[in-house]
Design a binder for this molecule. Structure first.
Ligand SMILES: [Zn+2]
Length: 221
């Protein structure tokens, strides 16, 4: 591991595999990481009073995805205008497609960061993912998302504000299966691409949050 350049991460895995949770832990541990999450970029774009912004707003509301290159363009722009030399980059949930994996490689190569980029797969089965997503809850009051793992399963009300816990409207079994189908069709190509080049860190995502994080730290040491 080169210490002259900051560490960079891509976190991939099925919906419900705990990418967001592990991303937070990595940021706490390594501090200076620029967080890239396509969902946030689209939500920002949806606020723009532009032709593209309005179309994205509609797509977010009705479900579905825009054309492939838009996500790539948005995060490239963000990184190009924001990331300092001493700052790492953390991709939460990207790459989601083979072409996106190749663009991330090219960009990291350009920034001389490819060697210091860890591609981490949080591996959970489709069945486990479905179970976690169908059972996870959201606080009606503060919108905190309560995952269906470990101690969280026991919560009757929100552990932050005491609010009522309800199922998320976009966590219907049809919507969940759509997301999991996308993973099986497109993201598995990314997994194979990294595997073939011996550049994938595979972590058993069906452990406790703490054990998953410890395995990540061991793998990048
Ligand atoms: Zn709450």
């Amino acid at each position: 591991m080169k210490h002259s350049k900051p560490l960079n991460f891509t976190l991939i895995g099925r919906s419900g595999s705990g990418k967001g949770t592990q991303a937070k832990l990595l940021i706490e541990r390594f501090g200076n990481l620029f967080y890239v999450y396509t969902g946030d970029l689209f939500r920002d774009l949806a606020k723009a009073n532009t032709d593209t912004g309005k179309r994205i707003k509609k797509i977010i509301k009705e479900g579905g995805l825009p054309f492939d290159e838009l996500a790539t363009t948005l995060w490239m722009y963000k990184i190009a205008y924001n990331v300092k030399e001493n700052q790492g980059i953390l991709f939460d949930g990207s790459p989601r497609r083979l072409d996106e994996a190749k663009v991330i490689d090219e960009f990291m190569e350009f920034l001389e960061r490819k060697e210091n980029t860890y591609n981490i797969l949080l591996d959970i089965s489709r069945e486990e993912a479905f179970n976690r997503l169908i059972k996870r809850r959201i606080c009606k009051k503060c919108e905190r998302l309560i995952p269906w793992v470990g101690e969280f399963k026991k919560l009757k009300v929100c552990d932050k504000c005491g609010g009522e816990l309800i199922t998320r409207p976009d966590d219907s079994s049809k919507a969940i299966n759509n997301r999991l189908d996308f993973y099986d069709k497109r993201v598995t190509e990314v997994v194979d691409y990294y595997k073939k080049q011996n550049r994938l860190i595979e972590i058993n995502g069906e452990q406790s949050i703490e054990d998953v994080f410890q395995d990540i730290l061991k793998a990048i040491r």
